[in-house]
Design a protein around this ligand. Structure first.
Ligand SMILES: Nc1nc2c(ncn2[C@@H]2O[C@H](COP(=O)(O)OP(=O)(O)OP(=O)(O)O)[C@@H](O)[C@H]2O)c(=O)[nH]1
Ligand SMILES: [Mg+2]
Length: 432
């Protein structure tokens, strides 16, 4: 797959899923992914059986697939299951078209949506790692006769091809390490201001970016399709008087391989290092879908290293089912969902309750009063205090101004120093 071929994505595809007895079908999700980048789903095939080493599906099903591909004029086949190179090869030979798996489809979606250099590098890294694991086998297969998806590989020596990819992988890793360092510095600088970070997290298309805009007042790109957001966005937001930095990030999807999650490590670190996570879940779907997406998101959060960070579950899109029903969903998922709050990000419903729940879970807050001399430096300090904390009252006297401030104890400590430098003083401070 190169950039040129990505620009003309689209065309007719057949989707295939093989699953075990009792496993839930994820074909509808594969279909949304395919449609997101303009494919027309011209046919679907499902089979319940164990994986077949040759075709992933059974030999009879593979024949059926080949017939369907011809009948509907499909240009590609996309599997929900991971495919080994030999399976992709055999299937391409059998059907005469290129055969992809879900991982490759997700990469196509990501490539089409990536707008920042970092996101592009992360996707390239994930693609190369996927390729690296398969390089030697693919070259070996291509030498047996080139098939769709294996063109041009036959001319390489397996080791040469593998080495070329490996070198490119380390080059990209170096570049990403630079991005990661600068991100770390930015995070430290933000942290040194002393206000907490709240991250939005959750399944793709749950409404994270819509909620980001609703809470911060800052525009974020929202579309009906999957994986609209691939790079982080940060803005100030107020949670019932607790000023925080709100972070919007990339979403999750079931079956997202660890290689892809790892490639997005520096983006996801924003979530890992935040003080609180708002887990956004679409509660308008069936209860089993809600639970599946919830558990998947929670285990992904766990996997990336979130263990003791407080989590608030925002059960979004409550407008679609009504508030009463949304409350019932909250009850029914309360065994797995931490602090569930039904909301509608789009129609701004119940956001006050969400803000309050977030505030209640942000720790180490202090209320303090200060006396500052009436100078221009002090006034400019006050405007900076207003930006990063909550000023509960402000009283002007002839030569001084009295302020009542609420913020983290860290911010307050720093503020005390700055106030004293300007000739003012802290009058009292209490934990709240
Ligand atoms: N009815 C309804 N639709 C919503 C609500 N919140 C978001 N949506 C819609 O859901 C779709 C996805 O919203 P986004 O905010 O882009 O979702 P996201 O979680 O940021 O998605 P990705 O960035 O793609 O992972 C859009 O069509 C939104 O308009 C809501 O409260 N109610
Ligand atoms: Mg988004």
């Amino acid at each position: 797959m190169n950039v040129k071929s990505l620009n003309r994505l689209g065309g007719r595809v057949v989707l295939v899923e093989r699953r075990l007895h009792g496993e839930k079908s994820l074909l509808h999700e594969l279909e949304s992914l395919a449609q997101t980048i303009g494919y027309t789903v011209a046919g679907k095939i499902e089979q319940v059986r164990r994986a077949d080493p040759k075709f992933q599906i059974g030999a009879g099903k593979a024949e059926e697939l080949a017939r369907l591909v011809k009948e509907v004029g499909a240009e590609k086949v996309i599997f929900e299951n991971d495919l080994k190179p030999v399976q992709a090869y055999n299937l391409a030979k059998e059907t005469g078209v290129e055969v992809l798996d879900k991982f490759q489809l997700i990469l196509e979606v990501f490539s089409q949506h990536a707008s920042t250099k970092e996101a592009k590098l992360q996707i390239e890294l994930a693609r190369l790692r996927y390729e690296l694991a398969r390089a030697k086998e693919k070259v070996r297969l291509a030498k047996l006769g080139e098939q769709p998806g294996f063109h041009g590989l036959g001319k390489y020596e397996a080791d040469v091809y593998y080495e070329a990819i490996r070198r490119r992988v380390s080059k990209i890793q170096e570049e990403l390490e630079k991005v990661r360092r600068s991100r770390r510095l930015k995070r430290l600088r933000r942290r040194s201001i002393g206000i907490p970070t709240v991250s939005l997290s959750g399944y793709t298309a749950a409404g994270k970016s819509t909620l980001f805009s609703a809470l911060s007042g800052v525009e974020a790109k929202v579309t009906g399709s999957l994986f609209t957001t691939l790079s982080t966005k940060i803005a100030l937001a107020d949670f019932s008087g607790r000023r925080s930095l709100l972070v919007d990030t990339v979403g999750f999807i079931d079956g997202l391989p660890l290689t892809l999650i790892e490639a997005f490590k520096s983006t996801l670190e924003e979530t890992v290092f935040s003080d609180l996570v708002i887990l956004v879940v679409d509660c308008s779907e069936t209860l089993s879908e809600v639970r599946r997406k919830l558990s998947y998101s929670l285990s992904t959060l766990h996997e990336i290293g979130i263990v003791s960070t407080p989590i608030i579950t925002a059960l979004n899109k409550a407008d679609l089912i009504g508030e009463d029903k949304a409350e019932k969903v909250a009850e029914k998922v309360s065994d797995i969902a931490p602090n569930p709050v039904p909301i509608s990000a789009l129609y701004r419903i119940n956001l006050e309750t969400l803000r309050k729940t977030v505030a209640d879970n942000l720790k180490d807050y202090v209320k303090a009063s200060f006396e500052l001399p009436l100078t221009s430096e002090a006034l400019s300090l006050i405007s900076s205090i207003r930006r990063f904390s909550t000023v509960r009252s402000q009283t002007f006297h002839e030569k001084a101004v009295l302020l009542e401030v609420e913020s983290t104890d860290y911010f307050m400590d720093k503020l005390k120093g700055r106030v004293e430098k300007l000739g003012g003083r802290m009058l009292e401070a209490v934990k709240i």
